[in-house]
Ligand binder design. Structure first.
Ligand SMILES: *Cc1c(COP(=O)(O)O)cnc(C)c1O
Length: 396
């Protein structure tokens, strides 16, 4: 496909839907650790855990190797096992559902709200059985889920509320930072997320018992603190005990140093993301061919993704043609997400299309356009121009 304006794209260089912003301070923070004595299990990880608690107001944080490991640890701490059901959304990255499978559990997909695209509390309610143990609610694109409603359901049925906040560090719900509001909240520090360590993740909780299980889960189930051992007094300084089956999900100290350094700019990243989102909202609000994701008033969102949804009845192109036309303008979009249960692996587990009609309807028309703090105002205007040109070309 060629660009609309006689083959001349809106911009010469390609812009992607997400991109990290690493500055010289970040590079120095990493190289300082590489020259130090501890490149893993050192002070930077502990400092990051403390910092995440201070930032979010959570009592405990456990830093792990990635956001998927964070979700796995959360399911372990919640005691998910053979036959247990975990309710989540289909409009998410596969890890939000896979974490239940890792533990022998079964993901159950609740449908999403047609306006916010977030998991619908009413649909959660309808999917609860006597096997349900937890809800993994995803703050899709960075907008908080309806925390109070989900809390109420979880309390009523004795379920763990796990918030997959891979998209939503920096978001507040009713004035409180995401991170301290669910039983456990997980973050990801993948490069497209709001702050990065290359890879990285964290689980936050206010619960002392869950915290202890999370600590064991991410480092082999091994305990080195004598007061917490079962066979103490121990035999000598070399002694440690394995108390549970855990994994090696530790983060290196140089990754933690990078994230610590990125946290110095987190408030700025949040503000810049909001600024760009406002520009997009303003530019698109009067374009009837575009449906814009609505926000609940309780969520003051730091958006990780900006999703446009095409009203395909008003356009003479398919979503694929629109997407390819954006690529021809050198604006590289992405689609978040193919409903998880559509994947062949899930199909083989017995899931079928048609399970969540709202999520499937939303999926048909969405794409994520570039959103990251390092974008200049010119970049933002190029994206708006590309969208506008393509809409004008295919308007019915
Ligand atoms: C990125 C992401 C994850 C997984 O995080 P990784 O750090 O890539 O393992 C989980 N859930 C959602 C919603 C994500 O976007």
């Amino acid at each position: 496909m060629i660009a609309i304006n006689g083959g001349k794209p809106v911009r010469d260089s390609v812009i992607y839907y997400g991109f990290q912003w690493i500055d010289d301070n970040d590079v120095k923070a990493v190289s300082d650790v590489l020259k130090s004595n501890f490149i893993t299990c050192g002070p930077q990880v502990a400092a990051l855990e403390k910092r995440l608690c201070e930032y979010t107001g959570a009592k405990h944080a456990v830093v792990v190797s990635n956001g998927t490991a964070a979700l796995h640890c959360a399911c372990i701490a919640a005691g998910i096992g053979e036959g247990d059901e975990v309710i989540t959304t289909p409009l998410t990255f596969a890890a939000s559902a896979n974490c239940a499978l890792y533990c022998g559990g079964r993901p159950v997909f609740a449908d999403v709200d047609m306006e916010t695209y977030n998991i619908d509390p009413q649909s959660i309610r309808e999917k609860i059985t006597d096997k349900t143990r937890a809800v993994v609610a995803v703050d899709y694109t960075g907008q908080s889920v309806k925390i109070d409603e989900i809390r109420k359901i979880c309390d009523e049925f004795g379920l763990y509320f796990i918030e997959d906040a891979a998209h939503s560090i920096g978001t507040t719900y009713k004035g409180k930072k995401i991170g301290s509001l669910a039983d456990m909240t997980t973050f990801s520090f993948h490069p497209v997320k709001t702050i990065t360590g290359g890879e990285g993740g964290a689980i936050l909780t206010n619960d002392d018992e869950l915290y202890r299980k999370l600590v064991l889960a991410h480092t082999h189930g091994i305990e080195k603190n004598e007061s917490l051992m079962e066979d103490a007094p121990h035999e000598g300084m070399w002694y440690y005990e394995q108390l549970a089956l855990g994994y090696n999900y530790r983060m290196t100290d140089f990754q933690a140093a990078l994230i610590n350094s990125q946290m110095n700019r987190l408030d700025f990243f949040v503000a810049r993301r909001k600024e760009i989102v406002n520009k997009y909202n303003e530019a698109f609000k009067d374009i009837p061919e575009l449906i814009i994701q609505k926000e609940i008033p309780e969520s003051d969102s730091c958006r990780h993704l900006y999703v446009i949804r095409l009203d395909l009845d008003r356009l003479s192109c398919t979503r694929r043609e629109f997407f390819d036309a954006m690529s021809a303008e050198n604006v590289q979009c992405q689609v978040h997400y193919v409903p998880v249960y559509w994947f062949p692996y899930y199909r083989r587990l017995g899931y079928e299309k048609g399970l969540c009609i709202n999520a499937e309807e939303i999926y048909k028309g969405i794409m994520s356009i570039p959103l990251y703090p390092k974008m200049s105002d010119d970049d933002v205007n190029d994206v708006i121009e590309a969208v506008s040109r393509i809409i004008a070309e295919y308007r019915k």
